[in-house]
Design a protein around this ligand. Structure first.
Ligand code: UDP
Length: 366
């Protein structure tokens, strides 16, 4: 197979920037579209990369770009719980209406689309329902979600966190329907909590933003503020190293033998389940051992309610473990990173970045 011309929408984000790096390293030709470019770093200068700073909400040359590519990857989304609470309408508009335009352009031009969705489509576990009477509610079977057989359990409309999940679910259903009725070639990816260098931003750098939990905890450790556990930190997540994730995504890009056509893939590490409380404790222990200045007090761990932290309308996935049988069988993929090393290496990157920026600032000030 020769080099692919890849239209990478949302290439400037966390997943997009790592994926762009891999696509370029493998010899492909990438048109990267994003509002931001800082995470792309020196790849911006790469001869096989064209970067277009573009807001997709409005008129732009989508059709022309889709027509000129072999493959379209759509990563554009509002994808932080803080945003689902603050700007639910924008979440719907971007994650459904605007993404649908991209999918329909791919249908029009007969191009394969890799559509990023979310593990959040699965919602909550049956074991979390108030009247569930399961013999063994802790059995991981109740929290292990498979692409083509698991049910979706979402909260009521007034818990508007679920607008994100619903928008992504509807997009998946429409894309699937285009496959059925019009022979559209697509692959849907449901990421399970990817983590690694360049995730989000630190809240102390961007007072307005609401990043994901790793960045809140990292920032708290670096600034001596408390690590805040929402609703006791009992919720569990499976963290997946971005390197493992990109390996799987790349196999989907190559799509050897067409095995990914009209398939949905969970990408995540079923081995890395931690509660948010455990994650806070592990990160605090790593910070104390590796990065803290001896004698400085360590951040405390405190608890607060979801509405207090995010605002009203917050609800949560209690637990989600990916069933990755499909990625294993069709793609021969297996995640390698385990959670302790994943957290430690991601923290190392972010501590270095924080100190580098702080030092640069103090040089400028002095
Ligand atoms: N959370 C927390 N403290 C924080 C930020 C988030 O306890 O400072 C919780 C949040 O309520 C959720 C989990 O951490 O249960 C993961 O949240 P995140 O924003 O990383 O994204 P999600 O996995 O829910 O998409």
């Amino acid at each position: 197979m020769g080099p692919l011309r890849v239209l990478n929408l949302g290439a400037g984000g966390f997943i997009g920037s790592h994926l762009t790096q891999r696509l370029l390293a493998e010899g492909h030709i990438v048109t990267a579209v994003d509002l931001y470019s800082d995470k792309l770093g020196e790849n911006l200068e790469h001869p096989r990369l064209t970067f277009l700073r573009q807001d997709i909400r409005g008129d732009w040359n989508l059709d022309e770009l889709v027509e000129g590519s072999d493959l379209v990857i759509d990563l554009i989304a509002h994808a932080n719980p803080g945003l689902y609470i603050r700007i639910p309408l924008d979440v719907f508009r971007l994650n459904f209406l605007e993404n649908l335009k991209i999918a329909e352009a791919c249908v029009r031009h007969g191009k394969h689309l890799i559509q990023f969705s979310t593990c959040e489509v699965y919602g909550r576990t049956a074991a979390s329902l108030p009247h569930a009477a399961l013999a063994n509610p802790e059995d991981p079977i109740h929290a292990t979600f498979a692409e083509d057989s698991s049910e979706f359990i979402l909260g009521p409309v007034n818990k508007h966190r679920w607008i994100y999940s619903s928008a992504k679910q509807l997009l998946e259903r429409v894309v699937h329907a285009y496959g059925l009725q019009e022979g559209f070639h697509y692959t849907i990816i449901r990421p399970f909590n990817f983590l690694g260098p360049k995730i989000d931003f630190l809240p102390s750098d961007n007072q307005d933003g609401v990043p994901r939990v790793f960045s809140f905890f990292m920032d708290a450790l670096l600034t001596g503020a408390p690590l805040q556990l929402v609703n006791g930190g009992h919720q569990r997540r499976c963290y997946t190293h971005i390197e493992d994730a990109v390996e799987c995504i790349y196999r989907i890009v190559i799509n050897a033998g067409g095995v990914c056509d009209r398939e949905i893939f969970n990408i995540g590490s079923p081995y890395n389940e931690v509660s948010i409380r455990q994650m806070a404790e592990i990160m605090r222990e790593i910070y104390a051992r590796r990065f803290a200045t001896p004698g400085d007090p360590l951040s405390e761990i405190v608890e607060l309610g979801g509405d207090e932290f995010y605002g009203s309308g917050y609800d949560d996935s209690d637990r989600r473990i990916p069933d990755i049988t499909k990625a294993r069988t069709l793609l021969g993929w297996e995640p390698r990173w385990r959670v302790q090393e994943l957290l430690e290496s991601t923290m190392e990157y972010h501590v270095d970045e924080f100190r580098r920026k702080r030092d640069a600032l103090s040089v400028r000030v002095s």
